[in-house]
Design a protein. Structure first.
Length: 321
């Protein structure tokens, strides 16, 4: 869901990685909560990786809403000692960075993104919301697959909503292992759109979610990656991998989550792919509008919405060879 992971998704095609226990290919496009189906051909998107939600100011605001709404859920238990060197990959507009510095005063954070404009927004965001921490963060414009750091440079690595946008997440994890010291930790957080469950249920609403999954797959990403975190991290060579679900549940008794997550995060994310879904022939305007209207019913009195994020903690082996 991280818009600024788009920068990492721009990586050029590369030779395939040897077969491992983890699947690193784009998954079959599915409609969540239904049987997998074969996606239609999407020639306008299939040739180039990219960020399916777009790079608008509205999307940047959605990322901020998402990060703030989910801060306690996703960042609980993640803090780094003062003086430790932390790499945040795909920092984007700094939506997660501000929470990292809040939880880890004194840690030295290197925040990396390929987009110069995103880094400018991130600097401004941190200066506005945590001016005391500005000296704590160093910003780097770099490609995730070719990081400008020596081997074993960092004590910890953090990435949130990045792997889902990459054509080859295993390759990225291998590069992150290179810059992580022996015994250091990696924390990765990803969503999984197949975990979306809502009431009132609606085939039309499930179809529009499925369209987003298909479009992200056509852009060489994977909106269902959360379920694959464990095998991916193991295939990359990490040890002591522990993946735990972080569940969001929103109903009328939790109006903050209804507004901040159901509407401003999830529904807004699905709405962002409307033009692409129509342009590629996945749906019609009437069908799209019906699905979005039905999805919004989950945010009305009597409705409910459930989604699962997956948070993984993994350790760099002491013997890297």
């Amino acid at each position: 869901m991280n818009a600024q992971a788009h920068a990492e998704a721009q990586a050029h095609p590369h030779a395939p990685v040897a077969s491992t226990t983890a699947s690193t290919t784009t998954p079959p496009a599915v409609t969540p909560n239904t049987s997998p189906t074969t996606p239609p051909s999407l020639p306008s998107l299939s040739s180039a990786p990219g960020y399916v939600h777009g790079y608008s100011d509205q999307e940047a605001r959605r990322l901020g809403d998402q990060a703030d709404t989910l801060a306690q859920l996703l960042h609980a238990g993640t803090s780094y000692p003062a003086g430790s060197h932390v790499l945040e990959v795909g920092c984007g507009v700094g939506a997660q960075t501000v929470h990292l510095v809040d939880n880890s005063p004194g840690a030295r954070i290197a925040a990396v993104d390929r987009s110069a404009s995103s880094l400018d927004q991130a600097r401004a965001h941190l200066a506005a919301y945590a001016p005391h921490a500005s000296a704590q963060v160093r910003w780097h414009r770099a490609d995730l697959h070719q990081l400008p750091f020596p081997d074993a440079s960092f004590d910890h690595v953090f990435l949130c909503f990045v792997l889902e946008h990459l054509p080859d997440p295993l390759r990225a994890l291998t590069e992150l292992r290179r810059v992580l010291r022996p015994g250091g930790t990696l924390t990765a957080i990803e969503g999984d759109h197949g975990s979306a469950v809502f009431h009132p249920d609606s085939p039309a609403a499930r179809r529009v979610i499925g369209h987003q999954v298909r479009l992200q797959a056509a852009a060489r990403g994977n909106a269902l990656l959360g379920r694959q975190l464990y095998p991916l991290l193991r295939a990359a060579g990490f040890e002591d991998v522990a993946v735990r679900p972080r569940t969001v549940y929103a109903d009328a008794s939790r109006p903050g989550l209804v507004y901040g997550f159901t509407l401003r995060t999830f529904v807004a994310m699905i709405e962002s792919v409307r033009d692409e879904a129509l342009a590629t022939g996945l749906t019609t305007p009437a069908e799209w509008d019906r699905g979005i209207a039905d999805l919004r019913r989950a945010a009305e009195p009597g409705g409910s919405f459930h989604y699962t994020f997956f948070k993984a903690l993994a350790v760099q082996p002491t013997d890297r060879h």
